[in-house]
Design a protein around this ligand. Structure first.
Ligand code: SF4
Length: 351
């Protein structure tokens, strides 16, 4: 358990992100966490690079509605201070803490507070001897590093562990996770680290996480983007929805358009997505340009538009409702969607 969020086994795959504000800026960090909560983030990590940040974490936790993970490197005193604040998880590699008694102190306090520890191996910061042994970051090197840290915790009878083995390369990351599931049974936090700016980062994360999740690998995930944090959560939710693993959001199905399209379909599809983004229900909404594939897709979806010349047909639950002028299409579609959802909610039906 990370706070009230289960990780592993049959638990839903939880979505994580990480704040980008200085942790000591409590109000900015709290605001960023609130934005993450609003888009459906399950767990949020904050960097704790110094004692001031550890003190700030306590205040941040008291104002957050989702579990907070403290991200700490090397300094066991900061880890101990963070554990006193009520954090829900500690991200630290025990092999990097130093002397055994320091590790023991951190582990003893984590145990006492029921706080799990995430061991996060990253290809960019592999131990020197492993780099020398393997030549460069290989899947085997990542797994060997992870299992070293695991052995340290297990020797102290601590098994409340989550593992991650990340790199910015998709094949390396995928191979490392495939290997580690053969080596141990701990829940896995998956991600492609430093995946890049928004467009390329989305592609690299979707390919990497898509492969892993489709093989049943991964218990909690983060999409790392050089972009607004909310985007990380939205992309993660879409990856899970695309794989039909879990979904709590509408999906707009829209055509790429061609010479048969007579509507401003690009704006129409974007506007439909924007207007329905607050709905926390996995409905499908087709926005199609013409009468060739439009009516078919619109009928198959929960709701839809099939375009004509300056007008379109509105569909709901497989039936044509009416013909509407192009300028009214989004308003009318939104009205129908909300009306149907209200009726379904009153009758206790799932859409
Ligand atoms: Fe073209 Fe119609 Fe297909 Fe859209 S639905 S791509 S407009 S044929």
């Amino acid at each position: 358990m990370v706070g009230n969020v289960p990780i592993g086994g049959c638990a839903p795959i939880s979505i994580q992100s990480m704040t980008t504000t200085p942790t000591t800026n409590i109000s900015a960090t709290r605001d960023e966490i609130k934005r993450l909560e609003d888009v459906g983030c399950d767990i949020v990590r904050v960097s704790v690079p110094d004692m001031d940040s550890a003190r700030a974490v306590e205040k941040i936790i008291s104002q957050a509605n989702i579990p907070i993970v403290a991200d700490i490197h090397f300094d066991y005193r900061i880890a101990l201070a963070a554990l006193d604040t009520g954090i829900a998880k500690l991200r630290i590699n025990p092999g990097n803490i130093g002397a055994r008694e320091r590790v023991e102190k951190v582990v003893a306090k984590a145990k006492e507070r029921n706080v799990p520890i995430r061991i996060g191996v990253n290809a960019g910061s592999l131990e020197k001897d492993l780099l020398e042994k393997h030549g460069f970051p290989t899947p085997e090197a990542l797994v060997e590093s992870a299992m070293r840290h695991v052995a340290i915790l297990e020797a102290l009878d601590f098994t409340d562990i989550v593992l991650s083995l990340k790199s910015s390369a998709v094949p390396l990351t995928v191979s490392a996770y495939r290997l580690v599931v053969k080596a141990c049974d701990y829940p896995l936090h998956i991600g492609i680290s430093e995946a890049g700016p928004e467009q390329s980062g989305v592609i690299y994360s979707s390919v990497g996480l898509g492969i892993l999740l489709s093989e049943g690998i991964g218990d909690t995930m983060r999409v790392s983007l050089t972009a607004n944090v909310e985007e990380e959560v939205k992309v993660a939710k879409r990856i899970l929805a695309a794989l039909e693993i879990q979904s709590s959001m509408p999906r707009v199905i829209s055509c790429p358009t061609c010479a048969r399209n007579c509507l401003d379909l690009f704006s129409l599809a974007e506007e439909v997505e924007r207007r329905t983004s607050d709905l926390k229900i996995p409905i499908s909404i087709a926005v199609m340009g013409c009468a060739v594939n439009g009516p078919g897709e619109a009928r198959e979806a929960d709701f839809g538009i099939a375009g004509g010349d300056g007008e379109g047909l509105i569909f709901a639950k497989g039936k044509i409702l009416r013909k509407v002028r192009e300028k009214d299409l989004v308003d009318e579609l939104e009205k129908e969607i909300r009306l149907h959802l209200e009726k379904d909610a009153e009758s206790g039906k799932d859409c």
